[in-house]
Write a protein that binds this ligand. Structure first.
Ligand SMILES: Cc1cc2nc3c(=O)[nH]c(=O)nc-3n(C[C@H](O)[C@H](O)[C@H](O)COP(=O)(O)O)c2cc1C
Length: 182
């Protein structure tokens, strides 16, 4: 796929199934993530990969967090199914540090760029992905069970797999409507 086509047609695929990316494809996806702009070279990110048993572990973490927050039965049931909406889920964590030149927000942005780069890499492979967050991204119990530290923040769960349907490419939003010249 040409870069221009990727940039102008990328879109999310909310409905995903097997096959997941191969090992080589996963390496390509992770390498694309590590290629993003990174002020100070802090590499302020971590990618926690869940597939197979890992999806079950992620589901257990979501269910445990839902129970601890007194969620109702329906939400607990939903939490248990969430990770299985794709054969591969990458939890993207911004791992931030106090730095004299790189504010925390820039480290969050870099982790967000990494998420976007992974989605684009997935798309370029003819696979699909959707970036989700939701309450669990901000839930301290989820953070603890994933082994995160106080300064860490989940910027998203990137669900990756093969789209169940070939969705038509959505029409382009003209970028100029959001631009102004000084
Ligand atoms: C930080 C972030 C968090 C998001 N969280 C969710 C989410 O929890 N659920 C959801 O349906 N979409 C979420 N989205 C939006 C989707 O990833 C997607 O971009 C949106 O549905 C528009 O589709 P498109 O990517 O095909 O334009 C999130 C996007 C971003 C950037």
């Amino acid at each position: 796929m040409k870069a221009s086509e990727l940039l102008l047609t990328r879109q999310s695929s909310p409905r995903l199934t097997t096959p997941a990316p191969t090992t080589e494809q996963l390496d390509f996806i992770l390498n694309a993530a590590a290629r993003v702009p990174d002020h100070g070279g802090l590499t302020p990110w971590e990618f926690i990969i869940a597939q197979d048993d890992g999806l079950t572990r992620l589901a257990e973490i979501f269910v445990s967090a839902a129970k601890k927050s007194q969620a109702d039965e329906a939400l607990i049931e939903k939490a248990e199914k969430m990770p299985f909406r794709a054969p591969l889920v990458i939890t993207v964590v911004a791992k931030t540090q106090t730095h004299s030149k790189v504010p925390i927000i820039e480290q969050h942005i870099a982790a967000g760029c990494a998420t976007m780069a992974m989605q684009q890499a997935v798309f370029s492979l003819g696979l699909g992905a959707v970036w989700r967050s939701g309450d669990f991204a901000f839930d301290r119990n989820v953070h603890q069970d994933l082994g995160l530290h106080d300064n860490d923040q989940i910027v998203g769960f990137l669900y990756i797999g093969t789209p169940t349907v070939t969705a038509p490419i959505k029409s382009l939003k003209e970028g100029r409507q959001f631009a102004r010249f000084l």
